[in-house]
Design a protein around this ligand. Sequence first.
Ligand SMILES: *Cc1c(COP(=O)(O)O)cnc(C)c1O
Length: 232
Amino acid sequence: MLEENLLQVEQKIQAACERSGRDRQEVTLIAVGKTKPASMLNEVYQCGVRDFGENKVQEMCRKMEELPKDIRWHMIGHLQRNKVKYIVGSAALIHSVDSFRLAEEINICAKKKKIVMPILVEVNIAQEESKFGVTKEDAVELVRQIAQLDGLSVRGLMTIAPYVVDSEQNRPYFRKIKDLSIDIDAQKIHNVSMDILSMGMTGDYEVAIEEGATMVRVGTGIFGQRDYQTKV
Ligand SMILES: *Cc1c(COP(=O)(O)O)cnc(C)c1O
């Protein structure tokens, strides 16, 4: 069943790439397995997926131990400073950096481990109160500040678009954040690249790809509905 879901997602990604004249290689599919057991993630791994996303540190660490070591783990959820130490060095990318204080903590841990941690700055592009992330206006300043820290490197931006029924409603937001990344890139800030644009979830990843997403984070579309009652 998961293989079938994955196939459908893959076909939609390819179609969106074709519609927008993009190469399929430009887009990384991140399978978001939060709340799902490692056995289900393993099924998706067996189909060839190597990028997995989690939104909780503890759950990610547990799954890291249980699953093959060549998986690239993406931290996509809000991150508390006291948990940073558990994922710096083991996660491939932290998508959810939204404050300088958090970046400083990542910097400290990265230096201890003698690595440079790749991160994305999370932007709350629709300015929803319920969501984390900096405003579009504050993003440039935060990127500039973080760029001073040599234990991490800014690789791009991430956003969580509003929950909508018609994904077309999110197109203007995806366009806005793409424009923002182009603006920041044009400033040629040392230690900053804007190669990654992490946007698009099950409900809107096709539109996100058409608007320039290089990473899409798909949970429900691959693993099915989440049940927050069951403990995994
Ligand atoms: C849960 C989650 C996703 C995946 O959501 P779906 O709608 O199930 O595809 C993507 N991004 C983030 C940050 C998430 O927390």
